[in-house]
Design a protein. Structure first.
Length: 252
């Protein structure tokens, strides 16, 4: 699919410049920016001047390299410190629940557990243990595995996590209770891009979950679609997994 054309070209170019500067922790020169972005130096210099004026770009030395400005960083930090995950992600939950006609959860990771911070019930709702503010073990839930896979992305990291928060309880006969097996399983989760709960937390209940990063290197939350086993055959779980990834990528 072709990339949609920006409605305001000059604003789009300024944003692209900031993105490129952000890739260079040691700064990037005007010549390098012009080459990388394919922009004339004259127009590039004017845009950089506007960004410097607002503190979104910085050039500590005359004719020296450019860096991200302190105002841009302060704005980003203020947003992340005060952001309300539930408000930001709830439109995604409503959209996903409507698309798949199933219950949708959002959860965050807290040590060895996940905390359910939002939930949209489907019309054909099912009885589950999840309640707002409720907790479940991370290793046996879809949202938990989606969060663990990218928060602790190596076998060593998962084993260290399990040592701190274990032993891993076997909630059902399908629960992965071995740290080594969990690490191998989470590697597969990262490769496919979504996590599955195959009746590992509650008998007869399955779910598909994906992480939500919102610009961070580790996920701030995870979102899942949950349904009874009969409504979650393997083909539908795969369809939902890919659909969830697309929905999160488009919105967050």
């Amino acid at each position: 699919m072709a990339e949609a054309r920006s409605p305001v070209g000059s604003v789009d170019r300024a944003l692209v410049i900031l993105q490129e500067i952000g890739r260079h922790s040691r700064g990037v020169t005007l010549d390098e920016l012009a080459t990388r972005l394919g922009l004339p130096k004259s127009s590039l210099h004017r845009l950089l001047g506007a960004l410097k004026h607002r503190g979104f770009a910085a050039q500590p030395e005359p004719n020296g390299p450019y860096f991200l400005g302190t105002e841009l960083l302060a704005t980003a930090f203020r947003f992340h410190e005060s952001m309300d995950l539930r408000t930001l992600i709830r439109p995604l939950l409503l959209s996903v629940s409507e698309e798949y006609a199933e219950t949708v959860h959002m959860a965050t990771l807290d040590g060895g557990e996940v905390v359910h911070v939002d939930k949209v019930e489907a019309v054909r709702s099912i009885t589950m243990t999840s309640v707002l503010g409720g907790r479940n073990a991370a290793h046996c839930t879809g949202v938990g595995k989606a969060l663990l896979a990218w928060t602790h992305p190596t076998e060593e990291a998962i084993k260290e996590w399990a040592e701190r928060h274990g032993p891993l309880a076997a909630r059902t006969r399908n629960t992965i209770a071995s740290p080594a097996k969990l690490a191998t399983h989470l590697d597969q989760v990262r490769r496919q891009g979504y996590a599955l709960d195959l009746e590992e937390n509650e008998p007869g209940v399955r779910c598909v979950a994906v992480p939500v990063f919102m610009g961070r290197t580790t996920p701030v939350a995870a979102v899942s679609v949950t349904a009874l086993k009969d409504r979650m055959p393997p083909a539908r779980m795969e369809e939902i997994g890919h659909g969830l990834r697309r929905a999160v990528a488009e919105r967050h």
